[in-house]
Design a protein around this ligand. Sequence first.
Ligand SMILES: NC(=O)c1ccc[n+]([C@@H]2O[C@H](COP(=O)([O-])OP(=O)(O)OC[C@H]3O[C@@H](n4cnc5c(N)ncnc54)[C@H](OP(=O)(O)O)[C@@H]3O)[C@@H](O)[C@H]2O)c1
Length: 337
Amino acid sequence: MTDKMRAAVIDHYHQVDPEIRLVPQPVIHPHDVLVKIRAASVNPIDTKTMAGDLRLLLRYRMPLVLGSDFAGDVIAVGRQVTAFQVGDAVYGRPQKDRIGTFADYLAVDTGDIALMPTNLSYEQAAALPLVGLTSYQALHDLMALRPGKKVLIQAGSGGVGTVAIQLAKQLGAYVATTTSAANTAFVQSLGADEVIDYHRTDFATVLKDYDAVFDMLGGNTLERAFRVVKPGGIIVSVSGRPNGRFAQTYGLPLWKRGVLRLATRRLTQLEKVSGVSYRFLFMQPSGQQLAELTTLVEQNKLVPVIDRIYPLTEIAAALTYSRLGKAHGKIIVTMTE
Ligand SMILES: NC(=O)c1ccc[n+]([C@@H]2O[C@H](COP(=O)([O-])OP(=O)(O)OC[C@H]3O[C@@H](n4cnc5c(N)ncnc54)[C@H](OP(=O)(O)O)[C@@H]3O)[C@@H](O)[C@H]2O)c1
């Protein structure tokens, strides 16, 4: 008989709060490790998944254990695993169809994990995988930021923004960011060169000739970003609509590509008029990139930012706080019993 573990589970979309209950412990595949999770982070993807908002990209069978990144200890290894051993402290972001980090245990492919930075607690390490990889893939892979480039990072005080500002500075870029006035000193301490209070000033009226915008907000804010970027520049959004180009690369079926192409006609038009390229990013797990983040953290070049820490038993409160969209850095959930 399989052993049981605690997990935060939903049984259907639009469920108000997850239920914490006992479920079977996961079984490991040959390339997996079994991790005793110590901490996980809350990401807006958790509440969006609960609301069914991402069903075009992510369709889950229920019941579903929530949670998309973690830090913990390897307690068993699959028979093909050589890179990790029992006792390793690791962190990671599992593949989208193998999520479930708001739980005591997770089976995860070794390609999706890395050794945890030695100078971080489990709580701090859990703050990094999803937002760290998102920022890395946007700023490094898609924008290819380098010294002298100017980038606007929207929502610099949020989970993604707090890491993105630091990574952009590491890549040598000049960084403008938006947040509330009260967070000015906070985002400056992360490296922001220019801070715009989004309540008072429209960034599109004060910034121009930027090389890139990293958009965390979508909608009208995303459309206004086209005014800030110079021809040949790039806008990467993690909150705007996925466009046809993304749908094709992501391998979505033809009907979904058609739906997304129609829904993003305005963005395609803005691309043509401005000469700026629009890319939707859906971050991908990568143990290799996470290992690069580990190095940056151990060199004190990247510091995770934690807003609040909740025990697993208070997962509903943690998700409610995330829904407010006011977090400064990350919301963490710990699995201590
Ligand atoms: N596609 C992907 O792969 C991917 C990956 C990661 C994240 N995302 C998405 O990216 C978005 C951001 O994620 P997150 O984890 O950073 O969220 P978050 O931590 O909840 O963001 C909260 C922050 O956003 C700021 N904010 C809210 N409205 C703003 C505005 N109009 N202008 C500037 N700042 C504003 C808030 O600052 P104030 O307190 O000052 O209002 C707060 O600090 C979410 O929609 C998430 O789903 C997508």
